[in-house]
Design a protein around this ligand. Structure first.
Ligand code: ADP
Ligand code: ZN
Length: 517
């Protein structure tokens, strides 16, 4: 409805909305009264910060947590947004600066502790300035029966009436009594638009697989679902064309779709996909916005998506009708390298790059998860659940083994070669292979030379991939992708921590019997 994507990216640094955010942002921006219930960590603050930027005037944010307010104000200011807080923690200079910005009409967000509402002057002040929205964080604090009751929250309703502006209330507390109380006290009993949606999509089966002949993996997955509508997401335009061709050769009806195509050609694919049964679209992420076909039965990722948010959105296109739908996401070391270098070579400032690495890590953590995948996914969005019974890990719990020994061998090989080499050469060292490079650099004299003979080369590759997945090592683009150790690896190297690795990905990689698994 509003083009919030550029702001989302440029101000907040996110490529995609989290589940539920976009609908709430649209409603709040449109000036509706809103009550949104989202789990902690679900991303509530964006749901009033983004509308605040899209609306004229000032958004007043009431929050009981002073430290949190200060964090948010700092974050917004760093992103170039005029924001300020009036709290008991302010220095007089800070308060003066906030007033000045308010009087000059520059401020977009004014954070206030609820105690401020008790001071008579606040209402007069707020009446003078152009307030266009009230956002209430931790709205359950209005509940007299809850343990977080804040008497000053009872004044918020009064404030809303006096200013005559829309109000958006946010809380993570979902029980019906609290909701009723919020509606009564904050909205005078007139029902606001309510958003209460768990993030779970229980009809969607989740599965990840390490790339192991990826084209065949996708073709097998599609063959088992012949005649059903599906989407295959690919990392490159070229791959969409190649894979669509391969699917057609196997008797599927398949088209490719990417941003490099003529608008007209794209529209044809969109229309066919909406109308026809059993069409497969092989696409880049350009295929997404505005697809609301309810009966997409499967979504496959031929390459790792770029974030958990993107993953959730893309698989979320399947099974909108509520009937069972299946997903498969492939990932491999090349994906990890590619995503890392995209982040490192991007123009984003260093803090944002770090955040992007961290977000990629959580996606890799999901890919290498050892227990229920849905638990891991929803846990990331702040929702706690039981093991789901509808994911690959619940279907076949992965066997793990204590991988501390090979991981320590690998880390030691990295350190002894001063973090200047990639996995290929490191595996040569571990396996005691004689190559020119080894001889030239005297790596056959290292104590780690040949200590890893019990594992085959493909097994070592799987170990290195899992190490990347656990963010123990990262390729350094300034060293041609040489692997460097992260902080997380240190306790393992020092013998203070152990690490479990998945057995299956190693077993698949066996060429000769593994001795030590
Ligand atoms: P809540 O107030 O719901 O507990 P926050 O607003 O503090 O949650 O957000 C929790 C985390 O989620 C923050 O680290 C924030 O940067 C991150 N986040 C919010 N929205 C997005 C998004 N669209 N994409 C990626 N990360 C997001
Ligand atoms: Zn599960």
């Amino acid at each position: 409805m509003f083009d919030s994507a550029p702001l989302l990216r440029d101000v907040f640094g996110f490529d995609d909305f989290r589940p539920g955010q976009e609908e709430i942002v649209d409603a709040v921006t449109a000036g509706e009264n809103v009550l949104a219930i989202m789990p902690t960590g679900g991303g509530k603050s964006l749901c009033f910060q983004l509308p605040a930027l899209l609306r004229d005037g000032v958004t007043v944010v009431i929050s009981p947590l002073i430290a949190l307010m200060r964090d948010q104000v700092r974050g917004l200011q760093e992103a170039g947004v005029e924001a300020g807080a009036l709290t008991s923690g302010n220095t007089p200079e800070e308060t003066d600066a906030v007033w000045e910005a308010l009087e000059a009409g520059r401020l977009k967000l004014l954070y206030m502790a609820p105690e401020r509402l008790a001071a008579g002057s606040a209402l007069g002040m707020l009446r003078r300035i152009n307030v266009s929205l009230i956002a209430v964080d931790e709205a359950h604090c209005v509940s007299q029966w809850g343990h977080d009751f804040r008497p000053d929250y009872l004044r918020i309703g009064e404030l809303r009436r006096a200013l005559g502006v829309p109000l958006a209330a946010f809380t993570a507390t979902a029980d019906a009594e609290t909701q009723d109380e919020i509606v009564e006290k904050l909205f005078d009993g007139t029902a606001p638009r309510k958003f209460l949606r768990g993030f779970d999509r229980p009809n969607i089966h989740l599965a990840f697989a390490a790339k192991d002949g990826p084209r065949k993996q996708i073709l097998d997955f599609a063959a088992a679902r012949k005649g059903q509508s599906g989407i295959v997401y690919c990392g490159t335009r070229n791959k969409t064309e190649v894979l669509a061709q391969a699917l057609r050769a196997e008797g599927h009806v398949a088209c490719h779709y990417h941003g490099g195509m003529e608008a007209e050609d794209r529209r044809i694919v969109e229309t066919r996909f909406a109308r026809e049964d059993g069409l497969i679209v092989v696409a880049t992420v350009a295929f997404g916005m505005g697809i609301d076909k309810p009966d997409i039965r499967w979504v496959a990722h031929a390459d790792l998506p770029k974030s958990i948010e993107a993953y959730y959105q893309e698989i979320g296109r399947a099974g909108r009708d509520g009937s069972p739908a299946e997903t498969l996401t492939l990932f491999g070391p090349d994906d990890i390298r590619l995503r890392r270098s995209q982040i490192d070579e991007g123009l984003a400032p260093p803090e944002r790059r770090m955040a992007d690495h961290a977000r990629l890590n959580t996606l890799l953590g999901l890919a290498e998860a050892l227990v229920c995948r849905r638990q891991a996914l929803l846990g990331y969005f702040g929702e706690q659940t039981e093991p789901c019974g509808k994911c690959d890990l619940c279907d076949n719990p992965p066997e793990v083994f204590d991988g501390t020994t090979p991981v320590r061998m690998a880390l030691s090989a990295i350190l002894r070669t001063e973090e200047w080499f990639g996995a290929g050469h490191l595996i040569d060292i571990l396996q005691g292979v004689e190559t020119d490079k080894i001889r030239a650099r005297r790596h056959d004299a290292l104590t780690t030379y040949g200590v890893g003979k019990d594992w085959s080369r493909p097994q070592w590759q799987a170990i290195f991939r899992q190490m990347m997945g656990h963010d123990l090592v990262r390729p350094d683009p300034e060293r041609h992708g040489a692997l460097r150790m992260t902080e997380a690896a240190k306790p393992i190297l020092k013998g203070e921590a152990t690490i479990n690795l998945r057995k299956d990905t190693l077993r698949k990689a066996v060429r000769r019997p593994a001795v030590k698994m």
